[in-house]
Design a protein around this ligand. Structure first.
Ligand code: GLN
Length: 391
C-alpha cells in the first residue's frame, strides 16, 4: 500500500530512473544470485578499524565534527598525498572530508558549475555525473571513449571545448572500464586547458587499486593540472568500508572555498567516530600500499577462472572491474543478457549500456572482482556454464 499523492511533482530528472546498482542489486538478491555487480567488497574490513570506531564512540566522539573534517584526518590525508604525489595541500583550507566520494562529487559540481555552463565527461561513466550537472541547469557533454580500448580521443575533446566549458570530469582508474590515464595524457590535458578557466573534477576513488606496477596518475602529481583540479577520493574503497560513507576532496584554497559552501549545507560535517577511526588507521601506509597487489590477485583469479567461458575479457589496469564482451556469440541487448544471467545462471553483473547517457550497447557486461575468492569461484563457475549456443 502506498499513500496517494495530492500533487503531481514536476520532475527535475524525468528520464532518470533508479540507479542500476540498486536495480541489479535487488534483482540479484531476489534470485539469490552470486553478486559480481556492485563495486563493493563482500569481505570484512580489518576488525581493528571497527574497534577504533567503537572506541571513538565510547570516548564520546558522537557530536558534530568540524565542518571541513577532523584536523587529524585532514593532516593524515595531506601527509599521504605529499608522500605519494609530491604535492602539498594545506589541511586547513585545501582538504575537505566528505560524507562519501559521491557527496564530494556533488558538492564540487554544485559549487563550481553555473546554469548554462557545459561540463565534459567521458562515457561510459559513473552514473551520477550527468544528472548532477543537469541539476545545476548546466549541460553534460558526454564524449565517448574508444571501444574496446576505452581511451580518450584527444582531438574530439579539443573540438568539444567551447567558451561555455566550465569543467571536465576525469576518472582514473576508470569505472567501469578498468583503464588508467598515462603520464603523456596528463601532458596533453594540460596543453588543452592551459589559458582557459576550465576546472578539472578528478574522480580518483580507485587511486590505490592500480595493477602491474603502474603508477596512479593523480592530478595532484601534475603541478599545472593540480592548480585547477578538485580531486575526489574514498576511504570506503581503500579500507573496505564502503558503507561508512567517508571520502575527501583536495583542491587549491580558492576552489575549495566554493566546494565547502555547498558541503556545509548538504552535510555540515561527515560522520565523527568514523573520522577518528580513519585518522588512526591512516598512520599505517601498509594499508593502502598492499591494495594494488591484493586486487590484482583477484583480477587474475577471475580472469583465470573465466578463461574457458565464452566471454571475451578486456584487460583491466586498475579499479574493481573488468569488462567482458559477448557480441561474438549473442546479439541480445546487454540489459537482457544481464537479466538472463541472473535469472537462469544465478550470477549478477552490470550492463555497460547503463554507463552511457544514450544507452549505447556494445554487448559488454561489467564484472566486479571486489569479492572474496569463494564468490569469484562461484560466479565464474556460473559464467562458465553459459553456453554460446543457448543465449
Ligand atoms: N562505485 C560502485 C560501483 O560502481 C558502487 C556504486 C553504487 O552502488 N552507488 O559499483
Amino acid at each position: 500500500m502506498t499513500l496517494s499523492s495530492g500533487v503531481t511533482p514536476r520532475a527535475k530528472l524525468p528520464d532518470v530512473g533508479t540507479t542500476i546498482f540498486t536495480v541489479i542489486g535487488q534483482l540479484s538478491a531476489a534470485h539469490g544470485a552470486i553478486n559480481l555487480s556492485q563495486g563493493a567488497p563482500n569481505f570484512p574490513c580489518d576488525a581493528r578499524l571497527v574497534e577504533q570506531a567503537h572506541r571513538a564512540m565510547l570516548r564520546g566522539h558522537n557530536q558534530y565534527a568540524p565542518m571541513t573534517g577532523l584536523t587529524a584526518l585532514k593532516e593524515a590525508v595531506a601527509g599521504k598525498v605529499a608522500t605519494l604525489y609530491h604535492r602539498e595541500y594545506d589541511p586547513g583550507s585545501e582538504v575537505l572530508i566528505t560524507a562519501s566520494a559521491s557527496q564530494g562529487i556533488y558538492a564540487a559540481i554544485a559549487g563550481l558549475v553555473h546554469a548554462g555552463d557545459e561540463v565534459i565527461f567521458f562515457e561510459p561513466a559513473f552514473d551520477s555525473y550527468a544528472p548532477i550537472v543537469r541539476l545545476q541547469g548546466a549541460t553534460p557533454i558526454g564524449l565517448k571513449l574508444s571501444c574496446p580500448t576505452f581511451r580518450i580521443d584527444w582531438d574530439a575533446l579539443r573540438a568539444q571545448i567551447t567558451p561555455r566549458t566550465r569543467m571536465i570530469v576525469l576518472n582514473t582508474p576508470h569505472n567501469p572500464s578498468g583503464q588508467v590515464l598515462q603520464p603523456d595524457e596528463l601532458t596533453r590535458l594540460a596543453a588543452l586547458v592551459r589559458h582557459t578557466d576550465i576546472v578539472l573534477l578528478s574522480d580518483e576513488v580507485y587511486e590505490h587499486v592500480v595493477f602491474d606496477g603502474a603508477q596512479h596518475q593523480s592530478m595532484a602529481r601534475h603541478p599545472e593540472l593540480a592548480t585547477r583540479s578538485v580531486i575526489v577520493a574514498s576511504f570506503g574503497k581503500t579500507f573496505h568500508v564502503t558503507g561508512w560513507r567517508v571520502g575527501y576532496c583536495l583542491a587549491p584554497a580558492a576552489l575549495m572555498a566554493e566546494v565547502c559552501k555547498v558541503h556545509q549545507f548538504m552535510m555540515f560535517a561527515a560522520d565523527t567516530p568514523m573520522q577518528h577511526a580513519l585518522a588512526a588507521w591512516m598512520q599505517e601506509p601498509a594499508h593502502w600500499q598492499q591494495l594494488g597487489p591484493f586486487y590484482q590477485q583477484k583480477r587474475d583469479l577471475l580472469s583465470r577462472l573465466l578463461a574457458d567461458s565464452p566471454f571475451e575479457l578486456l584487460p583491466s589496469a586498475g579499479s574493481f572491474f573488468m569488462l567482458a564482451r559477448y557480441g561474438h556469440f549473442s546479439d541480445r541487448p546487454d540489459h537482457e543478457m544481464v537479466r538472463q544471467l541472473i535469472i537462469e545462471y544465478g550470477v549478477a553483473t552490470l550492463p555497460l549500456s547503463a554507463f552511457y547517457t544514450d544507452g549505447t550497447d556494445n554487448r559488454i557486461i561489467r564484472l566486479s572482482f571486489a569479492k572474496d575468492d569463494a564468490t569469484l569461484h562461484a560466479g565464474a563457475e556460473a559464467l562458465c556454464r553459459v553456453s554460446s549456443q543457448h543465449v
